[in-house]
Write a protein that binds this ligand. Structure first.
Ligand code: EPZ
Length: 417
């Protein structure tokens, strides 16, 4: 396994380019199941999770190639309809092939994803939606068995605006008979990106990006030739890095308009922003102010930025109160930040962070994707040397992060553990 070695204390300055959004690329790759022919995807990030989704599709009989120009997928000869446990257990987003497989083949056998570090993460809402559309759903030996001659349009209300649940049902509905209406749908930019990709295939979708989405089923779709939106969480992570290192970073190929709630909080913490062509310039203050936040579904403060924001608040002036409202256990980074001297107390889903002058480097361990990002944020500003082990978690969601940080002046290197 690899680990990162970081010597902190440097102001990071310069320009960084953002990669394509992992959480848009994954559902859009799954959508390639819905149509024969060669699908071309551009601005696809080179990440472990993308390779895992590629392997999953190849396991179904699809062709998959990824290089610096993007991805080519061909699902003309999909024959197998099973997503095995050994693949699904490494990536929960594998559940995204459920809707497209039932829509294309009329059947799917997908391993239940199981829990993960940040919570139980059930898929009951995905299955409720498919059932309403006429699928028979059976749970057997840890697998979901779904079958339907042809899915029928239905009215589906989500108790929680589930992101991948909305994406799964949208992909099931585009080839169903009649109209599907999803109420209390997730509004994340990645959901809208999937809808735009499906529309480019010939799907009839209205309202994506808002709470109510209407999908009128069609009989067939054409292959994709589509470019993925930039990754807003990678963008937000670099913003917190500029903030904590009193840096001056110009972030290119990004969509700041996808991050209004985060930028609002970063401004409250004393970070300044300047619009530039095709990006945004971010300037960190000498000392950050404390700021409170709570994670909410989009357009609220993103849960995927909670850990990185907390790392930054560890060295702010004053006390910050941070509440995690989406997942039941997304404070795995707190124990590691405390090892660096952070003063954080947890009460249920709320963390109280008393800012200190300086964090101290320490040997740390990554536990999940965004927790490992928060440890990098902290290490870049800490005094002395930090090692972060198990960074395979990081490689799931950040493309060549040590190269990008090195080019901004960070003292960072990767080595075999
Ligand atoms: C997506 O996960 C993202 N993953 C997550 O990003 C992100 O943290 C999350 O949305 C919230 O924004 C992808 O898009 C691949 P949810 P998802 O369904 O769809 C509960 C990362 O770091 N729920 O919106 O799994 C669930 O337990 C990852 O890239 C049910 O109860 O999240 C959670 O508490 C981590 N039943 C809440 O809803 C269901 O059927 C939100 O989950 C589905 C969800």
């Amino acid at each position: 396994m690899d680990r990162l070695i970081i010597n902190g204390g440097r102001k990071l300055t310069g320009t960084v380019e953002i990669s394509g959004a992992k959480n848009a690329a994954l559902p859009i790759m799954a959508a390639s199941i819905l149509a024969e022919g060669d699908h071309l995807l551009h601005n696809v990030p080179r990440l472990r999770d993308i390779m895992t989704m590629g392997r999953l599709l190849a396991n179904l009989g699809a062709g998959f190639h990824l290089d610096e120009n993007g991805a080519i997928l061909n699902c003309s000869r999909i024959s197998n309809y099973e997503a095995p446990y050994d693949l699904v257990s490494t990536m929960r987003a594998s559940v995204l092939i459920l809707g497209p497989l039932v829509a294309r083949l009329g059947r799917a056998k997908v391993s239940l994803p199981g829990g993960c570090a940040i919570g139980a993460r059930p898929i009951n809402l995905h299955l409720m939606g498919l059932k309403k559309m006429g699928a028979s759903i059976k749970l057997e030996a840890g697998y979901v068995l779904a079958r339907a001659k042809r899915l029928r349009g239905a009215a589906i209300y989500f108790d929680i605006p589930t992101v991948t649940g909305t994406e799964n049902i949208m992909m099931a509905a585009v080839l169903a008979e009649g109209r599907t209406v999803i109420e209390n749908a997730a509004k994340e930019p990645e959901v809208l990106d999937l809808a735009n990709a499906l529309i480019s295939m010939g799907a009839k979708i209205k309202g994506a990006g808002d709470s109510t989405i209407e999908i009128d089923g069609v009989t067939s779709l054409r292959p994709l030739d589509y470019s993925i939106i930039p990754d807003r969480i990678e963008t937000g992570t670099f913003m917190t890095i500029a903030g904590i290192t009193a840096g001056d970073i110009t972030i290119k190929k990004c969509r700041p308009d996808h991050l209004d709630a985060l930028i609002d909080k970063l401004r409250a913490a004393g970070i300044r922003f300047r619009n530039v062509k095709d990006g945004i310039r971010v300037i960190g203050p000498e000392r950050l102010n404390a700021a409170n936040t709570k994670t909410m579904p989009y357009p609220g403060f993103p849960t995927d930025m909670q850990a990185q924001f907390m790392a930054m608040m560890c060295v702010a002036q004053g006390t910050s109160v941070i509440s995690e409202k989406i997942f039941e256990n997304r404070f795995m980074h707190v124990a590691e930040l405390r090892r660096m001297g952070a003063d954080i107390t947890i009460e249920g889903g709320t963390a109280t962070v008393r800012g200190i002058e300086r964090l101290k480097g320490a040997p740390l361990m990554a536990t999940d994707l965004r927790a490992s990002a928060s440890l990098i944020v902290a290490a870049l500003a800490a005094e002395g040397r930090t090692t972060i082990s198990r960074i395979y978690h990081l490689d799931r969601g950040y493309e060549k992060i040590e190269d990008k940080l090195g080019r901004l002046g960070a003292d960072i290197r990767r080595e075999k553990e």
